[in-house]
Every structure is written in C-alpha cells, then in structure tokens.
Design a protein around this ligand. Sequence first.
Ligand SMILES: CCCCCCCCCCCCCCCC(=O)SCCNC(=O)CCNC(=O)[C@H](O)C(C)(C)COP(=O)(O)OP(=O)(O)OC[C@H]1O[C@@H](n2cnc3c(N)ncnc32)[C@H](O)[C@@H]1OP(=O)(O)O
Length: 127
Amino acid sequence: MTTEERITSSETRIFKAVFPNTTNHYDTLFGGTAMQLMDEVAFITATRFARKRVVTVSSDKIDFKKPIPAGTIIELIGKVVYVGKTSMKVNVEIYTEQMYSYERERAIVGDFTFVAIDELKKPIQIL
Ligand SMILES: CCCCCCCCCCCCCCCC(=O)SCCNC(=O)CCNC(=O)[C@H](O)C(C)(C)COP(=O)(O)OP(=O)(O)OC[C@H]1O[C@@H](n2cnc3c(N)ncnc32)[C@H](O)[C@@H]1OP(=O)(O)O
C-alpha cells in the first residue's frame, strides 16, 4: 500500500451526541472533553496508519471556532497530514450537526503529533 493509500484508509470518523453530562455552565461542550475526544480520534487514526504502538508527543494550536451546544451531534474526523521518520501529525476537526436539520458547521480544529515506539518505549520508524 502506498503512503497516500494508507492515509486515505486510516482516516477515522467518530460520531457522538452531546449530552448534558459533557457540558459546562454555558450549556456547551467542555473544552477539556473536546480535547480528550480529539486525542482519542487522533490516537486511533495514528494507530490505524502505523499499525504500531504510538504515543502523543505534542498537540499544536487548537482553535475553538464555534461553541458546541448540548443536544447536538458532533463528528470528529482524524486524518494523517504529515509523516516523518518516527513521528506523524494527525489533523482533527470537529463538526457540529443539528439533530433535526441538515445544518452543519466546523467547530474545533487542531493537530496532534504521535511517535511510534517499541517495547522499550524508544522511537521506531513509522514506515
Ligand atoms: C478508564 C477509562 C478511561 C477512558 C478514557 C478514554 C480516553 C481515551 C483517550 C485515548 C487517547 C489515547 C492516547 C494515547 C496516547 C497517550 O496517552 S500517550 C501518553 C502521553 N505521551 C507520553 O507519555 C509520551 C512521553 N514522551 C516520550 O516518551 C518521548 O518523548 C517519546 C515520544 C518516546 C519521544 O522520545 P524522544 O527521545 O523525545 O524522541 P526524539 O528522537 O527526540 O524524537 C522522535 C520524533 O518525535 C518528534 N518530536 C519530538 N518532540 C516533539 C514535539 N514536541 N513536537 C513535535 N514533534 C516532536 C521528533 O521530531 C522526531 O520526529 P521524526 O523526525 O523521527 O519523525
């Protein structure tokens, strides 16, 4: 499989409903919860790309562009955007969808870098 094919096949999408137990006093999704979900989808994307153990080494700027209200559906999309020697960068977007209409908008975006490691937790080549 080419690197491009691996990038395409490892693209990962997760849907969640935003319930009140994940919201703050503004009735919108907690920023920390959003970041945990983003790390999770990024981790799954990186693992599906590399098919090796990976750990998060860094998260880049995360932009919270729109609030995510309780009672909406969110879609998280993880995509590998850079492959280095032992590291790779995964871009994660969160889209908000209204439950009872087709209204949809991009709410949060950020990048996460992972390093592939061996049994001794030392960096190893991604490919
Ligand atoms: C009970 C139920 C609870 C449920 C709840 C569910 C929650 C569900 C969440 C799931 C989410 C899962 C997520 C799991 C993932 C972790 O949680 S992992 C835990 C957090 N991460 C760690 O502990 C990693 C700690 N760091 C390390 O161990 C070491 O730094 C590493 C990563 C092995 C790297 O070792 P190093 O000696 O620094 O490596 P070095 O050779 O200098 O660099 C290696 C590569 O990394 C790059 N790099 C190094 N530092 C950086 C940096 N700061 N920025 C960018 N690139 C960097 C280098 O450029 C190099 O890249 P290449 O040129 O080779 O491509």
